[in-house]
Design a protein around this ligand. Structure first.
Ligand code: SF4
Ligand code: F3S
Ligand code: ZN
Length: 103
């Protein structure tokens, strides 16, 4: 599962589409955690898609991640600023790849 203390345990490695990427990042095998308020561990996400289907405000967008060992697309929190903290995505992700930190 995603480390809920990632902000303490990791450093920002880069930016992607306006949100932070928490390292380590070594493409293509290691992609880090995308987002901060809505954080998706790309190294755990296996492209189930439930988060994209269920998010009421469409926070997520697919991004291509060719040659990543878990999946070749990931749910990117492209619109994390629109999150309403319903926690649905956290509940439905089968591999606990998502952390939402209200407040
Ligand atoms: Fe979307 Fe709710 Fe998850 Fe926020 S907590 S990203 S609003 S499903
Ligand atoms: Fe990935 Fe979990 Fe969404 S596996 S696509 S973050 S439901
Ligand atoms: Zn991203």
């Amino acid at each position: 599962a995603i480390d809920p203390e990632f902000e303490t345990n990791r450093d920002v490695a880069e930016e992607h589409e306006g949100h932070n990427v928490w390292g380590p990042v070594e493409e293509p095998e290691t992609l880090g955690i995308h987002g901060t308020h809505v954080a998706v561990d790309f190294d755990i996400c296996l492209a189930d898609g439930a988060c994209l289907e269920d998010c009421p405000v469409d926070v997520f967008e697919w991004v291509d991640t060719p040659d990543h060992p878990e999946s070749e697309i990931k749910a990117d929190p492209a619109h994390e600023d629109q999150c309403i903290d319903c926690m649905l995505c956290v509940d439905v992700c089968p591999v606990d790849a998502i952390d939402v930190d209200p407040g």
